[in-house]
Design a protein around this ligand. Structure first.
Ligand SMILES: [Zn+2]
Length: 349
């Protein structure tokens, strides 16, 4: 039996290595190459490559299948780094660098956990596959969107690895951004009666939209007018909705459009929908039985691109993502790997 500590120490080395290979969304090739060759060298591990996504299957019998997934890409470095985000200094307690927390910690922990179960030949009531995706941060067509049908044909449920302090997100809010446009007719203010003020139409539309019983809806931007003495012929405004899944994005857009018939409403992206898992699903029951805190996450992830039941759980802290001087504590990695192993060992179907 190869001990968990062995996997923890190599996860930490692997994380340090991949941080040094830049992998902004759409530019992940070199990091994917490295991970693919790294995995190929591991005993009993047979990675498959789909663009810059990597899938490793361990299908032994006709059983349900658990997918572990995490993303290998990063955002560009935020302003204000006090060190080189790609070649960070060594720190005793932490692993520093761009993507260390989001989502490198989950990537290396899931690799470690996958290898632990496969190489120790541990018999579980389900198979496991590992999916390392690209382009997550930019919702690219070549990321999870390009492999979701394939993985869903194999996997029945999933753990999405993202920095959650190893709490289990049992739902995540979606994001719907809607542009509203009101049109009128311009005129000189001295002859205002010849015009049709688009701003007044927008004010009416905004009041009607604000009164709708849609949760987490905020109107955040408005623009009209070119000069104090011109009746504006166009007024644009922006609505930001952190969706809960209670209404579909299509229903929300229709409701808003119906409430504001004098403006044209269009969604920037209908695909960032909310996700949730049934509270009696074995993944949720496992979390409860191990006293792992459950919560609703305010951020989206690859979860919104898959339709199988899932929870989101991983080492690191979402608060550190996309910020300067990103890091993950070494003991968070160790705790993440230990918790994943305990969690997976406890799932009862
Ligand atoms: Zn992430």
């Amino acid at each position: 039996m190869i001990p968990i500590d062995y996997y923890i120490s190599y996860a930490s080395e692997l994380l340090t290595k991949i941080i040094s290979i830049p992998a902004e969304s759409f530019l992940e090739k070199e990091r994917a190459d490295y991970l693919f060759s790294y995995l190929s060298k591991q005993e009993s591990v047979f990675p498959e490559r789909y663009g810059n996504n990597i899938i490793v299957k361990h299908i032994k019998a006709d059983k349900p299948t658990l997918m572990l997934c995490a993303h290998i890409d990063t955002v560009p470095p935020a302003n204000g780094y006090s060190f080189d985000p790609i070649n960070p200094p060594i720190d005793e307690m932490r692993i520093l660098g761009l993507g260390s927390n989001d989502d490198g910690a989950s990537v290396v922990s899931m690799i470690a956990v996958f290898c632990y179960f496969v190489q120790n030949n541990i018999d579980l009531p389900f198979n496991i596959i590992l999916a390392l995706s690209c382009e997550e941060e930019r919702s690219g067509q070549g990321g999870m969107k390009s492999i979701n049908k394939m993985v869903e044909a194999i996997a029945d449920f999933a753990i999405v690895g993202e920095p959650t302090c190893m709490k289990a997100a049992i739902a995540e809010k979606g994001l719907l951004v809607i542009d509203g446009v009101c049109s009128g007719k311009s005129a000189h203010c001295a002859h205002w009666e010849q015009g049709d003020n688009a701003l007044y139409k927008a004010v009416d539309a905004i009041s009607a939209i604000k009164a709708l019983p849609i949760e987490n809806l905020n109107i955040t931007q408005i623009h009209a007018g070119s000069s104090h003495n011109v009746i504006p012929d166009i007024c644009n405004f922006v609505i930001d909705i952190r969706t809960t899944g209670e209404l579909s994005n299509e229903d929300i857009l229709t409701t808003i459009q119906n409430a504001a018939p004098n403006c044209t409403c269009s969604a920037r992206n209908m695909a960032n929908h909310a996700s949730a898992i049934a509270i009696d699903h074995p993944l949720v029951i496992t979390a409860k039985s191990l006293n792992i805190e459950t919560y609703i996450s305010p951020t989206t992830s690859d979860w919104m691109r898959i339709s199988i039941p899932a929870i989101k759980m991983g080492p690191g802290d979402s608060d550190r993502s996309h910020k300067a001087d990103e890091f993950v504590y070494k003991n968070e990695l160790a705790e993440g790997i230990n918790t994943y192993i305990k969690f997976i060992s406890h799932i009862q179907l």
